[in-house]
Design a protein around this ligand. Structure first.
Ligand code: CS2
Length: 511
């Protein structure tokens, strides 16, 4: 470990950066007040919305949009940020150049396991107008019907706390889920006067605004109505949510791989200060936001965001092209022994197949949003993946397949089937995923990082299942109704296509 001092407001003032590749902060940390609560302050938020928020504040001089970042399950991000006055750098790695942008828009960090009350009070404050979320697909705890999964003990805990908040009783217990904590804060806001509020989900889900609204309202509906007064309070909250809280959908895009020690060393060499909260990202960034705000918002468009009436076409293009191809390359690449996405996409066989899947199976389902040429979009995605300076591991993208496949792969498959085509490319992606799960059952194979890992491994059965009885294997996997919609589970065409793609995966990934 280096003996250089750690990044903070004080050390930065004492050691102003001399390297011209270091830029920012673009705003004065001391002048900012909290206007946004962000749930899931991992690398992606720090490399994406926090940057837009900072640049919008720089452009407008508006000081009301500091961010309170809420961590996920552990306190570790608070430990990274708090000792640095929440300052951190985004190490932007292009194919040919590097920049280190210091960010000051995050003005506080909270861990729900200790700081639930701070988060609730901040959500209720009239000066707070927005909650943003990057809690990953699995963080939404969505049941099969789109309601929140009330069978999860953590959701039950949080349901109880929403009831107790509505009753106005102080409760020192901690919330355990992001949606539960958000709703608890909204309940306090409602009780304290009900200033309008906007919830902006920023995860790769189809229609993330509507998805989040459905989860929030389903949690409130489940609040017990022990007596008429309790029922009135619950119904009052539901009415306020309907009238005064909006849930714009968004499409977010920026590749932000996990930070490594080598990245931290590189940033240290540029800055002369240690940054334990450093994040890494590609130069490209995009944010498309539905124009549906209940109250004020930062001028994110001044930082390059697109504010539009309809996000759906942008979202479909991004999820079905970028994210789908990412997953395809992650599974095929990992099976072939490629450590990173850049290595996988530079493998001519994999690159050709990825390109063909996009052209044959994906682009025909898309309607180009204004100003986007789909062929150029495909090329730019493959070029971004090939960035040799981003060590985005195939294992990182391969995680949580059960949560990711529906939004990025299966919708395309359904559309192709409906149009009378066999979705061979999507079947290839599913076959690659199945083969990857089988590989995790091999002694010494990768670990399956997925909330449904046990169920998936049980369905696949054994490492050699792909060569044993492939029909039976595909039937067991397609039967997983937490992943596959009925129209795919019952499609003989899709089943046959996945079976037919298993040997294709084998030959593509033979080492
Ligand atoms: C990736 C995404 O890990 C994954 O599943 O596909 O995180 C991807 O890097 C981002 O969506 C890019 O915007």
């Amino acid at each position: 470990m280096s003996h250089q001092p750690r990044l903070s407001l004080e050390t930065l003032a004492e050691h102003p950066p001399t390297d011209t590749r270091v830029v920012g902060p673009a705003v004065d940390a001391a002048a900012l007040s909290i206007g946004i609560v962000h749930f899931g302050i991992g690398a992606f938020h720090r490399a994406h919305q926090a940057v837009y928020t900072e640049l919008a504040a720089e452009a407008t001089g508006d000081t009301g949009w500091g961010i309170l970042g809420v961590t996920g399950r552990s306190d570790s991000v608070v430990q990274q940020l708090a000792p640095q006055d929440c300052l951190y750098g985004v190490l932007q790695k292009g194919a040919d150049d590097t920049e280190l942008r210091l960010i000051a828009s995050v003005r506080g960090a909270a861990w729900p396991g200790r700081d639930s009350e701070l988060v609730v009070a901040t959500l209720a404050a009239p000066t707070t107008h927005i909650a943003t979320l990057t809690i990953t697909e699995k963080g939404y705890l969505r049941g099969a019907d789109g309601s929140i999964d009330l069978s999860a003990p953590a959701v039950q805990n949080d349901l109880d706390l929403v009831g107790s908040e509505l009753a106005g009783g102080a409760d020192e217990r901690m919330s355990q889920t992001p949606i539960g904590l958000l709703v608890r804060g909204l309940a306090r806001r409602f009780r304290q006067g009900g200033e309008p509020f906007t919830v902006v989900p920023c995860d790769n889900l189809v229609g993330n605004g509507e998805v989040t609204r459905a989860l929030v309202t389903s949690l409130v509906r489940a609040v017990g109505g022990a007596d008429a007064a309790a029922r009135d309070r619950r119904d009052g909250l539901l009415g306020w949510l309907e009238a005064s809280v909006s849930f714009p959908s968004t499409m977010v895009d920026r590749i932000a791989p996990a930070t490594t020690d080598a990245d931290r060393d590189e940033a240290l060499a540029l800055l002369g200060l240690r940054d334990e909260a450093l994040v890494v990202a590609e130069p490209f960034r995009q944010w498309v936001i539905e124009d549906d705000f209940a109250g004020p918002r930062p001028a994110w468009e001044q930082a390059g965001a697109i504010i539009t009436a309809d996000v759906a076409p942008y979202e479909a293009v991004k999820l079905r092209t970028l994210n789908a191809t990412h997953s395809l390359l992650a599974y095929l690449g990992a099976l072939k022994g490629h450590r990173t996405i850049a290595e996988a996409v530079s493998d001519p066989a994999l690159r050709d197949v990825a390109r063909a899947v996009i052209d044959d199976d994906i682009l025909p389902t898309l309607v180009a949003p204004e100003g986007i040429d789909l062929g150029e979009y495909r090329d730019s995605v493959l070029e971004r993946f090939a960035n040799p300076n981003l060590a985005h591991t195939t294992r990182q993208v391969a995680m949580d397949g059960s949560q990711k496949l529906p939004g990025r792969i299966l919708g395309t498959a359904l559309d192709r089937l409906e149009a009378g085509h066999t979705p061979n490319g999507q079947a290839l992606a599913v076959a690659a995923w199945i083969s990857y799960i089988a590989a995790t059952l091999e002694p010494g194979g990768p670990t399956l990082d997925d909330p449904l890992a046990a169920v998936l491994q049980a369905a696949v059965g054994s490492a050699d299942a792909v060569t044993g009885d492939p029909e039976a294997l595909v039937d067991r996997v397609l039967a997983l109704d937490a992943v596959f919609p009925a129209a795919l589970r019952n499609s003989a065409v899709f089943r046959a296509a996945v079976v037919a793609q298993l040997p294709v995966v084998r030959s593509l990934t033979a080492r």
